[in-house]
Design a protein around this ligand. Structure first.
Ligand code: UD1
Ligand code: CA
Length: 451
């Protein structure tokens, strides 16, 4: 059965108190809407339709960047969840199959849960996803008769008796496309909130003699995000899940709770992550690497056996080959370091390529920016860059070459040459002693005058 994924994301999210549309707030570095799209992607949908309203253009651009095949439709006014699904009607007019509805602000529904819903579809016209709520609050309630869902009653419209029900509606619904849109046409807004409720589909289906069943999931999966507090809770849930997954895969973390991961962080087994490490988006770390404490990584690749940190910063485009060493207070940006290269202390390497086994001394800086443009530095295999060398790019240092400490290198250094680019040292015998005497006598004269 082919399936269309419809994600409702038009709401304003007033309680976020933000200029950004709610569904674009990020969890683990990715907008919550993208997390919802990820969950839905597990069903391998033939179509993806996002219903957007507030911040339409920004939402559309974000979706396009993630999945160019997804359709973003406009729901100009937000008149309820059924009205929102109706906005996808035209986009799915030629679609024959099932529709699954997700909410863009409910990013954690597990792919396995959606798969269970697809299995439960069978002879049921509609499948809804429910959960046992610890505190049912204002969630819609599932009115059950045995295994059959008879209706979903919104809290605002529920009787006192119905409000005692703890089996609640997550908002996720699966139904055949043609009958779903036909039932939506029958929905009216004659309720406490004067909204078109998607949940009314259930009672309509029952009136038509169709069967409706519910699949249950963990309450954690249905966490809807309406405020920054919820966003922080969601981040915590994501981080806990992601850390557990890495531990299961064979990554060691000495203090998992202090390691922050991104939605797409990949770490190989037998890698050791010390406490307080931050992974921004786009990081891959191979097996058997070692990321030491207080390091910050984003958009980079760390190969097998490399050691990074403590206090290292790997920025986008940092590519470390096997057994590379990056030490404390070192920043690497858009630079390739070949096998066994070492940058151990206090350096900036940007827009550069560093050959295998090259050694970059403490305090080295690639001066890559002239105030307008960026330029490249090339350092050859086995080169030795003396401490405090300024490499004024564009510049290259050949294989096996050396630079003297404190050099400002503005011209290419041939292979195996030693470049010395600093003022020549001159020693003046006895002059330090004379200078001390002169200064001391000046000071004592001044002290006397001051009395
Ligand atoms: C909805 C369900 C409720 C369920 C709860 C779970 C209905 C009528 N109620 O209530 O049973 O327990 O979710 O969280 O469906 N949206 C639009 N356009 C609209 C209205 C909503 O795109 O016109 C989007 C919102 O942006 C949001 C989602 O749909 O992502 C849910 O809407 P919301 O108003 O939060 O529904 P609830 O009142 O929470
Ligand atoms: Ca909600």
């Amino acid at each position: 059965m082919s399936i269309a994924l419809v994600i409702l994301a038009a709401g304003k999210g007033t309680r976020m108190n933000s200029d950004l549309p709610k569904v674009l707030h990020k969890i683990a570095g990715a907008p919550m809407l993208i997390h919802a799209m990820h969950s839905g992607a597990a069903l391998d949908p033939a179509r993806v339709v996002i219903v957007a309203g507030h911040g339409f253009e920004t939402v559309k651009a974000t979706v396009a960047a993630h999945d160019p095949d997804a359709t973003v439709v406009l729901q100009e006014e937000q008149k309820g969840t059924a009205h929102a699904v109706d906005a996808a009607r035209a986009a799915l007019a030629d679609f024959d199959g099932d529709v699954i509805v997700l909410f863009g602000d409910t990013p954690f529904v597990r792919p396995e849960t959606l798969a269970r819903m697809a299995e439960a579809r069978g002879d049921n016209a509609v499948v809804v996803l429910g959960f046992e709520a610890a505190d049912p609050g204002k969630y819609g309630r599932l009115v059950m008769q045995g295994k059959s869902v008879e209706a979903i009653v919104e809290y605002a419209d529920a009787t006192d008796e119905q409000r005692t029900i703890t089996f609640c509606n997550s908002g996720v619904m699966l139904a055949d496309s043609k009958s779903l849109f036909s039932m939506i046409s029958e929905i009216e807004a004659n309720n406490a909130q004067e909204e078109y409720y998607l949940t009314d589909v259930v009672a309509i289906a029952r009136r038509r003699g169709l069967s409706v069943t519910a699949v249950a999931c963990d309450e954690e999966e249905t966490l809807g995000i309406n405020s920054r507090l919820h966003l922080a809770d969601a981040e915590e849930i994501f981080q806990t899940r992601a850390r557990h997954a890495l531990l299961e895969l064979g990554v060691t973390m000495q203090q998992p709770a202090t390691v922050i991961l991104s939605h797409d962080t990949v770490i190989g087994r037998d890698t050791l992550i010390e406490p307080n490490v931050y992974f921004g988006p786009g990081v891959t770390v191979e097996s058997g690497a070692h990321i030491r404490a207080f390091s910050h990584l984003e958009g980079c690749h760390v190969s097998r056996g490399a050691i990074v940190g403590p206090y290292a910063r790997l920025r986008p485009g940092a590519e470390l080959a096997e057994d590379v060493r990056i030490g404390n207070f070192v920043e690497i940006k858009n630079a390739t370091l070949d096998e066994g290269a070492k940058v151990n202390h206090l350096s900036y390497i940007g827009d550069a390529s560093v050959g295998a086994a090259a050694n970059i001394g403490a305090g080295t800086v690639t001066c890559n920016y002239d105030g307008v443009m960026k330029h490249k530095t090339t350092i050859g295999k086995g080169a030795f860059i003396g401490s405090d060398t300024m490499l004024v790019a564009p510049v290259s240092v050949g294989d096996g070459a050396m630079t003297a400490s404190g050099s400002v290198i503005t011209e290419d250094v041939p292979a195996e040459a030693l470049a010395v680019a600093r003022a020549k040292q001159v020693n003046k015998p006895g002059l330090a002693r004379k200078l001390f005497e002169l200064l001391k006598s000046k000071k004592s004269k001044r002290d006397k005058e001051g009395q």
